[in-house]
Design a protein around this ligand. Structure first.
Ligand SMILES: Cc1ncc(COP(=O)(O)O)c(C=O)c1O
Length: 438
């Protein structure tokens, strides 16, 4: 066992015992993303931009619950809104009005949102957006980009992180299922597009448009920021071929008050949301053009469509989400984006000065670190990065008191952070890479 892992074991004996106990009743962890080897730290409580584990270690939190906790933890406005709603009734099986306030806030922020609906996760949001696109267009297939994640349902969990030896040519990728147990039909209903190649996107959409209900685009390409001209070209290509464009803003809504579509100057037909929109509670939302959303309107008589869900539009989630969004002022985004620029510039300088073949890429106050000597632009570039030391670097950061996502991808900043947090993370990351390589 190496010294990084030995130090981790010494610092976290209670987490280890908790992991062994959990493994008796769960397949090791309660959800896949919680796991990393040898075992995850178990969190006792959280405050501001810090997590505290059951062994008494403190971490600066750069994971922020899969990017959702943009205000950090236990923000007083969110706590107060959720507590107030709980006192009035936790789940009452009827509208309370707070969902209208959150819908108004979203529509006010995002001009392309004429109408919205709520659900429980980003997964559900993309599922419903795709159903709407299929129903509205009368076309059966969808297109998504290679390397993009849009949730865990069969229609989209395809070519998320494919083995490139099975994924065909870069400019005409083949669909590859991400997990066992998916419907064998799923790969027949999808066209996979390459990021950063508008010529190939034009060719593929022009070939398949008559069967395509929509193109689903996460304009962050995971965390890679695509060229604005590429994103605009995708909008133009879909418009020319009358294919609906669905923007996945589930992480990108961190970019600014109008989300990432405002940053790129794009008007999509439908958009999907999750994460920060629920104030730290489970949430999804989708919306866009009112002629498409009208398919879900029961007051217009039977349309043949439905969307509901026991806990969709849960009042506590709605109240917390509204409180969170109200904190996300232009000044708040300016602070987060300035810190992201500082981190990106300083860390890249640190990598270059130390002679590390490493890149930091960032978008919408989310960032990833990859081991490669060239700036990655596509999924295939990411696939070619060196993954051998990722785990050691991640564990070294934990040992130094920094909690990132285990693959070092999809980390994020939170509002309570200051330049000092950024500069300390920069130093710790350089140290971790030095340790991780030795
Ligand atoms: C871009 C994107 N779309 C969809 C999802 C799925 O959201 P959820 O995990 O809430 O189902 C995620 C989750 O990380 C995401 O990053």
């Amino acid at each position: 066992m190496d010294s990084i892992e030995t130090a981790y074991l010494e610092k976290t004996p209670r987490s280890r015992a908790a992991f062994e106990r959990a493994g008796r009743v769960m397949p090791s962890v309660a959800k896949g993303a919680y796991y990393y080897a040898p075992y995850p730290v178990v969190i006792d409580h959280a405050e501001g931009c810090h997590l505290y584990d059951i062994d008494g270690n403190r971490y600066t939190d750069f994971a922020n619950h899969h990017t959702a906790q943009i205000l950090g933890h236990r923000h007083p406005a969110v706590l107060e809104a959720a507590e107030e709603q709980m006192r009035r009734g936790i789940a009452v099986g009827a509208p309370t009005g707070v969902e209208t306030e959150l819908a108004e806030e979203l529509c006010r922020r995002v001009p392309s949102l004429e109408k919205v609906r709520f659900c429980n996760s980003g997964t559900e949001a993309t599922l419903h957006a795709i159903r709407l696109a299929r129903g509205f267009s009368g076309r059966p297939k969808i297109a998504k980009f290679e390397g993009a994640y849009h949730g865990s349902h069969d229609a989209v969990e395809i070519s998320v992180a494919p083995d490139v030896t099975k994924a065909g040519p870069a400019d005409a990728p083949l669909p590859v299922p991400t997990t066992g147990g998916m419907s064998p039909r799923a790969v027949e209903e999808i066209i996979i597009l390459p990021y950063d190649d508008e010529t190939a996107v034009e060719r593929l959409v022009a070939t398949h448009w008559s069967e395509l209900a929509c193109v689903l685009l996460d304009p962050r390409a995971g965390v890679l920021p695509p060229r604005p001209e590429f994103v605009r070209a995708v909008r133009e290509i879909t418009r020319i071929h009358s294919v609906l464009l669905v923007f996945d803003e589930i992480v990108g809504f961190r970019a600014g008050t109008g989300g990432i579509q405002e940053v790129y100057g794009i008007v999509p037909d439908l958009s999907t949301y999750g994460k920060i929109v629920g104030g730290g509670f489970p949430v999804g939302a989708f919306g866009g053009r009112k002629d498409i959303m009208a398919l879900l309107d029961p007051a217009q008589g039977p349309t043949g469509f439905s969307q509901s869900g026991t806990f969709s539009a849960h009042p506590v989630t709605m109240a917390a989400g509204l409180a969170m969004l109200r904190q996300l002022t232009p000044e708040a985004f300016a602070h987060l984006n300035a810190l992201t620029d500082r981190l990106t510039t300083r860390l890249q300088m640190g990598f270059d000065d130390a002679g590390f073949a490493a890149q930091i890429v960032s978008s919408a106050s989310a960032f990833s670190v990859y081991f490669t000597d060239r700036v990655p632009r596509t999924y295939r570039d990411l696939d070619a990065t060196d993954k051998r030391n990722v785990r050691r670097v991640f564990l070294s950061l934990l040992n130094q008191g920094y909690y990132l996502s285990a693959g070092l991808a999809m980390n994020s900043l939170s509002l309570p952070m200051t330049e000092a947090h950024i500069d300390r993370l920069t130093e710790a990351t350089i140290k971790a890479i030095g340790e991780g390589q030795s």
